[in-house]
Design a protein around this ligand. Sequence first.
Ligand code: ADP
Ligand code: ADP
Length: 228
Amino acid sequence: TNALLVSGLSKSYGNVVALDDVSLRIAADRYVSLLGPSGSGKTTLLRVIAGFEEPDAGQVVVAGRPMDRVPAHRRGIGFVFQNFALFPHLSVKENIGFGLVNREEAPLAPRLADARVRDMIALVGLTGLESRRIDQISGGQRQRVALARTLVTEPKLVLLDEPLGALDANLRARMRSELRAIRERLGITFLHVTGSETEALAMGDTVVVLDRGRIAQVGDAASVYDRP
Ligand code: ADP
Ligand code: ADP
């Protein structure tokens, strides 16, 4: 089955065309890099898939379900923002558990939520920092909290908008291999937006290149690299 099927998506802001008839099919458990210059429509595509924006035309189907009538918070899609969007006054543990305990639908019992949060903290390498506040940890550690907070809700599809953009080169390289390891363990489909060709090729099994709101290329990392 396809984890994600996007057909004929278009979206304009006034007379700026952000997406122009974009169609895309992503198989389950793939790691897909979405590459393109600034302004090519990457963030808009993620936001439409996530349900934060209405498209002018086209359809998004996730795991066989058309998303038109599914409210954004029930879509089973995780989103990791460029700027992390964490609660600075809460601890690492509270940030990661927040969505599990406070969600409308089927909030977890505290004991169950605690256990899941503990496992996730170990998975992303934050053990020992559980009680630190977000404003008392480093940028790389914040990135792990943001990732853990999304993964702990067990989404099938995770959308990452320049998740490593705020990190220095060393941390970025480390987070890349950690993301790959997490993906292998959890069997999640990732769609990862980046403006960096290096990052797109290092991370993705598949690279999708967006240019002026249209899909310019789709292929495995090697084939995209070979073309001019
Ligand atoms: P990127 O780093 O991917 O280029 P931007 O910083 O351009 O992203 O955009 C960040 C956010 O601002 C996105 O949610 C996008 O929808 C919104 N945005 C981008 N361009 C504009 C614009 N011209 N007017 C209003 N909002 C915009
Ligand atoms: P990217 O993420 O590749 O940088 P975006 O999806 O942020 O591209 O933007 C695509 C185009 O749409 C750009 O020209 C941007 O200025 C415009 N745009 C994005 N969001 C908005 C918005 N909320 N209002 C107006 N224009 C926007």
